[in-house]
Ligand binder design. Structure first.
Ligand SMILES: *Cc1c(COP(=O)(O)O)cnc(C)c1O
Length: 357
């Protein structure tokens, strides 16, 4: 598997341009969506990215060790215990405070130092997962002492339907965000994920938080993908065999051959994160020809109908593109009945990751 760090940096720069004058952060949670946070975050920091978002305290600890003291690091899950709060403070990492309970933990820590501590406030605007509820926001509006220990560096919320630019939910969340922010201490604001960057000026505020677009997925699924390809996952053909009509291929005899053809068996399967749900639906590239996956994806093997590929190009040892190189990440996700996020975060440890750029 090759991962093009140059393309990640170019994608970040494109998002910076689209978001300007807002700052463009980078979301590198879950090991940079499975691509390797050490390489990805270092490349982005070297390119000038100054703010990184991770999900967990452990991810923040690892990232601080990787990047040194300079960049801002923000933990989306916030703090759940005093020990976590101490750890974040020690590493100068900002928690996203997601409830008044989390705010209270941060206040307590701030009391020991006698000064408010930097943090991010998350307010819910309709996602109903994390963030201060409308009631909690009202409480803060009526009594600022509730956030006395918070040096609020950013107020953020998260969009539920940003990939669907026509969805009314987007504007509803934007309006709710503006209303609820008015009750809070004034601070820079952030609402947009990758797709949110493309919803228009009103959604960008002071900082945008793209993740998936950095890694090459299309943030505007209704149009042409503006992002460069990052991941190229290649497999190798182990064997090619001629199969007659009326024969079947693979587990469950799920594919029946109607016209005699050649079947190529490729060394990749669901144990590598090539999802089984792509059985009989996925596509691959062999010798510049698009070919279908036939039969079931099994643990370590995939079978392709290479009847349309010249024999010289479809032999044992020949390379096969499974993601990238003519099969887009978005297309792979669609064929597997999922989203690019799940494809990337499923990519297994058995693939050797080679970094380019
Ligand atoms: C994961 C995440 C993002 C990044 O979303 P993408 O759709 O990958 O751009 C931004 N904000 C929050 C709160 C997130 O959890």
């Amino acid at each position: 598997m090759s991962i093009d760090l140059g393309a990640i940096v170019a994608n970040w720069r494109l998002l910076c341009e689209r978001a300007a004058p807002a700052e463009c952060a980078a979301v590198v949670k879950a090991d940079a969506y499975g691509l390797g946070v050490a390489e990805v975050a270092r490349a982005l920091a070297a390119a000038g990215c100054g703010t990184f978002f991770v999900a967990t305290v452990d991810e923040a600890v690892a990232l601080r060790a990787l990047l040194g003291a300079e960049p801002s690091i923000v933990v989306l899950h916030g703090v759940s215990t005093r020990a976590e709060a101490d750890e974040l403070r020690r590493l100068d990492v900002l928690p996203v405070l997601n409830s008044l309970a989390q705010v209270a933990l941060w206040n307590e820590l701030a009391k020991t130092g006698g000064a408010p501590l930097p943090c991010v406030l998350h307010i819910d605007t309709g996602m109903n997962r994390l963030g201060l509820s409308s009631v909690e926001v009202q409480k803060v509006g009526l009594d600022r002492r509730l956030v006395a220990g918070c040096d609020v560096r950013l107020v953020m919320s998260h969009l539920a339907c940003a990939e669907d630019s026509a969805n009314k939910m987007n504007r509803r969340q934007l309006v709710t965000f503006l209303q609820r922010c008015a009750a809070l201490p004034s601070a820079p604001q952030s609402l947009a994920n990758s797709a949110g960057v493309f919803l228009g000026d009103g959604y960008r505020f002071e900082l945008v938080r793209p993740g998936i677009a950095l890694y090459g997925a299309n943030p505007v699924p209704s149009g042409v993908n503006p992002m460069g390809e990052v991941v190229h996952l290649q497999g190798r053909i182990l064997q090619v065999r001629r199969v007659d009509a009326n024969e079947t291929v693979g587990y469950g005899a799920a594919f029946s051959v109607t016209v005699p053809t050649r079947i190529a068996t490729v060394a990749a399967g669901y144990a590598d994160g090539y999802l089984r749900s792509a059985s009989g639906r996925g596509m691959a590239m062999v010798g510049g020809v698009r070919v279908p996956i036939v039969g079931r994806v099994s643990m370590d093997l995939i079978t392709l109908d290479v009847g349309a590929v010249p024999e010289a190009d479809a032999q044992a040892g020949a390379p096969v593109s499974l993601i990238g190189g003519g099969v887009s990440l978005d297309e792979v996700a669609t064929h597997a009945g999922t989203i690019p996020y799940e494809i990337l975060t499923s990519l297994g440890a058995r693939y050797r990751r080679e970094y380019r750029g």
